[in-house]
Design a protein around this ligand. Structure first.
Ligand code: G3D
Ligand code: MG
Length: 170
């Protein structure tokens, strides 16, 4: 079996659900009782694709979203970035350009996917799907909508990332 290891960085404003998405993907759970933390800088999850094993080393910002200076080191060597916003907080969508810029500048050739999270909060939703779809059209960044709470689409995002990373090695 062929094995691969990639660095994947979560990106996006505080409170959008980055840590919750990692916990859903890696441990298949969601907790509302206390603020989710990974307890480490990154989580590791193996994904099998055909006869290949892809290990995603998923880096989290753990409360340091505001410190722009650290983005340089954080994104360095990232093969992919998962840029998250909260569909109930338009300001988190309006700020994605800053993350896109920083990621492309510092990762050194990684690709991005955009994620609109918290779609379970239907009544509070303020960013329509078309907003994310526009980003795909303009910037060629694939767009997913997820709920870390229900788990909807979360595995699809990371599986897509793993498949795309593998494609690039072939
Ligand atoms: P961050 O890592 O981007 O800062 P967190 O975001 O994962 O810490 O999540 C921030 C808050 O949003 C948490 O609530 C978390 O439970 C909630 N959350 C994350 N994803 C979802 C989701 O898909 N649906 C809903 N309804 N809530 C979500 P608290 O209350 O701890 O601030
Ligand atoms: Mg967090």
């Amino acid at each position: 079996m062929k094995r691969f290891l990639f660095k994947v960085c979560m990106a996006g404003e505080g409170g959008v659900g980055k840590t919750s998405l990692i916990i859903r993907f890696c441990q298949n759970r969601f907790t509302e009782e206390y603020k989710p933390t990974l307890g480490a800088d990154f989580a590791v999850k193996k994904v099998k694709i055909g006869d290949m094993e892809v290990t995603l080393q998923i880096w989290d910002l753990s409360g340091q979203e505001r410190f722009e200076i650290m983005r340089k080191y954080y994104f360095k060597g990232a093969s992919a970035g998962v840029l998250v916003f909260d569909v109930t907080r338009p300001e988190t969508f309006l700020l994605i350009n800053r993350w896109i810029e920083a990621f492309y500048k510092h990762s050194g050739g990684g690709f991005l996917v955009l994620v609109g999270n918290k779609i379970d909060l239907e009544d509070k939703r303020l960013v329509p799907p078309q907003a994310g779809e526009m980003i795909t059209k303009w910037l060629n960044i694939p767009y997913f909508e997820t709920s870390a709470k229900t788990g909807e689409n979360v595995f699809d995002v990371f599986t897509f990332v793993a498949e795309k990373l593998l494609e690039k090695t072939q």
